[in-house]
Design a protein around this ligand. Structure first.
Ligand SMILES: [Fe+2]
Ligand SMILES: [Fe+2]
Length: 233
C-alpha cells in the first residue's frame, strides 16, 4: 500500500547514511592543468546571500542531478573496476549530500519545491561533441567543470555566510571537499578514454564556454548562474 499524500512514513533524519567516500589516488598534473578559467565575481556572492533560501532549495536539486549523472556514467562506462567503483561512490556521495540538504531545508521550515534552472547547464551541454567517441569525453569534462564551479561557489558562500548564518556556512564548507574530489575523478575517467593532451585540449575548449556562461547575465539566481543575476525566482 502506498503512503497517503502528506504523510511521512520514514524519518530520513534517523537513517544512517554510508559516507560513501571515494578517495583520489593523488592530485596529478592533469588536475592542475584543467581548471576553471575565471573566478566568480564578488558581485555574484553579494547578490547570492539574500537569495540563500532559493539556493538551498536548488542545492537539493543539484545534488540529485549529480547523483543521476554519476549513475548514467556508471552504465555508459564499461566494466573497469576502478571506474565503476569511483562512479558508484560519487553517486552515493551525491545522494548523501541530497539527504543532508533535505534535512537542512526541513530544519529551516523550508519546502523542497520545483525551481526553473539557470541556463548554465544547457550552455555547456550545447558545446558537447555530437558524436562518439568525443561525446563521451566531453560529457565527463562538463561534469568536471560543473563540480569545479560548485566547489568554488559553495566555498565562497560558506565563507561569506560565516557569522551571518553559521548553519548554512558549515553546511556549504562541509560539502566542498567532496566536490573538489569529484572534479578530479571525472578528469581521471576522461583520461582513461583518450590521452592527457587530448583531455586538456578538449577541456580548454569547454572551459572557455563555461567562462562565457559565468560572465553572461542570467535572469535567475542559481549556484551556477551568470553574473548580474538579481531575480530570486
Ligand atoms: Fe554533491
Ligand atoms: Fe559532486
Amino acid at each position: 500500500m502506498s503512503p497517503r499524500s502528506g504523510t511521512r512514513p520514514v524519518d530520513t533524519a534517523t537513517i544512517a547514511c554510508d559516507p560513501a567516500r571515494v578517495e583520489l589516488e593523488a592530485e596529478n598534473s592533469l588536475h592542475a592543468r584543467c581548471r576553471l578559467l575565471v573566478s566568480t565575481p564578488a558581485a555574484w556572492v553579494a547578490a547570492a546571500i539574500p537569495s540563500l533560501s532559493t539556493l538551498l532549495v536548488e542545492q537539493a536539486h543539484l545534488e540529485k542531478k549529480a547523483a543521476a549523472a554519476a549513475m548514467r556514467f556508471l552504465f555508459s562506462h564499461g566494466t573497469e573496476p576502478w571506474i565503476q567503483r569511483a562512479l558508484s561512490c560519487i553517486a552515493r556521495e551525491e545522494l548523501v549530500h541530497f539527504e543532508r540538504t533535505l534535512r537542512l531545508l526541513d530544519q529551516r521550515g523550508a519546502s523542497f519545491t520545483t525551481l526553473p534552472p539557470s541556463r548554465y547547464a544547457d550552455r555547456l551541454k550545447a558545446a558537447i561533441a555530437p558524436t562518439m567517441p568525443e561525446r563521451a569525453v566531453d560529457e565527463l569534462l562538463v561534469a568536471s567543470l560543473i563540480e569545479a564551479r560548485s566547489h568554488e561557489r559553495m566555498e565562497a558562500l560558506g565563507l561569506a555566510l560565516s557569522g551571518v548564518d553559521d548553519a548554512a556556512s558549515a553546511f556549504y564548507l562541509d560539502l566542498v571537499e567532496a566536490e573538489a574530489r569529484h572534479r578530479c575523478l571525472y578528469l581521471d575517467i576522461a583520461a582513461s578514454l583518450v590521452d592527457a593532451n587530448e583531455v586538456e585540449r578538449r577541456f580548454l575548449r569547454l572551459a572557455q564556454v563555461e567562462r562565457e556562461a559565468i560572465l553572461q547575465r542570467d535572469e535567475v539566481m542559481r549556484l551556477h548562474s551568470g553574473h548580474g543575476s538579481h531575480d530570486n525566482a
